[in-house]
Design a protein around this ligand. Structure first.
Ligand code: B1M
Length: 214
């Protein structure tokens, strides 16, 4: 089994969609590892490694895109299994990657985890403007707005979104959560977000506690 999951890691790293899908299906039917383990210990690790190789110039954008494709294929199989049985509707989440930023794998992972754990999710996609966040939160009466950013150049836009939320009069009605590789707890506090979480599991746990404290 470990070997199979090592094959999944390799498949994502090498951008092989077919292999990634095949091995993920086997891992699911075998049932020895939870979807969270498969995602965090193999799939996310493969994305980190391809990112490292990209940074040092060993691979290029087309390689990244192939890995993204393989990651998505594997994730589609695991999505329905994330978080297990949902017995009650918990709350509504509006989520998006902020303006200027096109990275969506982590954001979609967080969205899928929310969905799997009983939240209704309005996924606004990537390159999302402050107006779009605010309008969606009003239209859907969101409990939580989640923002994702993967670039040091786009993370600062989160502050603009928070200012727009304040101006719209929504600030005391929604909780604001932020995440993404360059974001951290002190940045979240500095821009006035309610919470930062480093991964999808932690985001759902934190969201539940924010909602119960509302
Ligand atoms: Co880009 N990219 N990229 N990229 N890319 C990074 C982020 C980078 C670190 C790579 C590197 O140089 N090492 C670097 C950023 C450097 C920086 O700003 N400091 C970078 C760069 C520079 C760029 C371009 C500028 C490259 C170029 O064109 N020259 C360009 C920018 C485009 C743009 O956005 N405007 C670019 C483009 C791309 C691709 C399009 C090729 C592709 C994205 C495809 C897609 O997403 N559809 C891509 C990829 C794949 C990456 C790396 C390799 C992988 C990102 C990823 O999917 N990780 C990345 C390197 C890396 O991260 N190691 C890199 C896996 C994912 C599961 O993790 O997204 O971190 P992550 O999500 C985590 C947590 O962060 C958290 O939960 C998830 C895990 O559970 N989380 C949240 C995320 N969002 C959250 C929201 C929450 C809570 C938690 O809300 C509450």
């Amino acid at each position: 089994m470990e070997n199979n999951l090592q094959t999944l890691y390799d498949a994502i790293l090498n951008g092989s969609l077919e292999k990634a899908v095949e091995v993920t299906k086997e891992a699911v039917s075998n049932g020895e590892h939870s979807p969270n383990e498969i995602i965090n210990q193999y799939m996310v690790k493969a994305m980190e490694e391809i990112g490292r190789r990209f940074e040092v110039g060993e691979v290029f954008v087309p390689n990244l895109l192939m890995s993204v494709r393989a990651m998505r294929g594997a994730l589609d199989i695991l999505k329905p299994l994330m978080c297990g049985q949902v017995d009650a509707y918990i709350g509504k989440v509006v989520i998006g990657t902020v303006k200027g930023d096109l990275h969506d794998i982590g954001k979609n992972l967080v969205a899928s985890m929310f969905e799997g754990c009983g939240f209704e999710v309005i996924n606004l996609g990537v390159d999302v403007s402050s107006d779009k966040f605010v309008n969606a939160a009003i239209e859907h009466q969101a409990d939580i707005i989640c923002m994702s950013a993967l670039l040091t150049t786009t993370m600062n836009y989160m502050k603009e979104v928070i200012v727009a939320i304040e101006k719209s009069g929504l600030r005391d009605k929604v909780k604001i959560m932020v995440g993404g590789a360059p974001v951290n707890d002190s940045f979240a506090k500095a821009i006035g977000a309610d919470a930062y979480t480093s991964n999808a599991n932690a985001a759902v746990i934190k969201a539940k506690s924010l909602i119960s404290a509302k």
